[in-house]
Design a protein around this ligand. Structure first.
Ligand SMILES: CC(=O)SCCNC(=O)CCNC(=O)[C@H](O)C(C)(C)COP(=O)(O)OP(=O)(O)OC[C@H]1O[C@@H](n2cnc3c(N)ncnc32)[C@H](O)[C@@H]1OP(=O)(O)O
Length: 143
């Protein structure tokens, strides 16, 4: 039996991913490889932007990705992506990565970066994003 759920509310809620770091994502230091971290962050930004625009989106740029702390194999990474700015066809998505040591529960901010995502049409050309309804803007301001 198919159980239908309400669509995820688009603008107000951040997108969250949790992933455990396995050896194949690690470098020779036994910590999460930077390229693998960027891939996870890009994926989170893509999902957050697509949920907001409900259109195809592509990544136009990544800005100032900072690696604050190494993340060891076996630790969790929790990614939170939220749409910080909406332009005509572009969006700025900020992604924060928190590392968690599972057995102690200790958590720290490991990475942070922002990504410029652009809504595109079927031909891959930039296309306008619907502006949020006034009640959505109000919800965003009060959250
Ligand atoms: C999900 C993925 O993995 S996608 C794979 C990786 N990404 C790609 O392959 C994308 C390749 N790039 C492209 O297709 C094009 O360059 C596009 C669609 C991103 C932009 O096309 P352009 O013709 O340059 O767009 P144009 O100059 O009209 O700008 C459109 C919007 O994008 C923004 N934009 C374009 N390039 C950039 C950039 N490098 N940095 C920030 N914003 C940008 C513009 O400011 C504009 O925003 P607005 O509409 O909110 O005012």
């Amino acid at each position: 039996m198919q159980v239908l759920l309400q669509p995820t509310s688009s603008a107000a809620e951040p997108t969250r991913f949790v992933e455990i770091v396995f050896p194949e994502q690690a470098n020779h230091y036994g910590t999460l490889f930077g390229g693998a971290a960027l891939s996870l962050m890009g994926k989170a930004a893509f999902v957050a932007a697509t949920r907001r625009a409900r259109r195809a989106v592509v990544m136009a740029a990544s800005d100032r990705v900072q690696f604050h702390e190494p993340v060891r194999v076996g630790e969790l990474v929790e990614l939170t992506a939220h749409v910080e700015r909406i332009g005509r066809s572009s969006m700025t998505v900020v992604v924060e990565v928190v590392a968690e040591t599972l057995v102690t529960g200790s958590r720290r901010v490991a990475m942070r970066g922002s990504f410029e995502m652009v809504a595109v049409d079927a031909a891959g050309r930039p296309t306008p994003i619907d502006v949020p309804a006034p009640d959505e803007i109000e919800r965003n301001l009060s959250s």
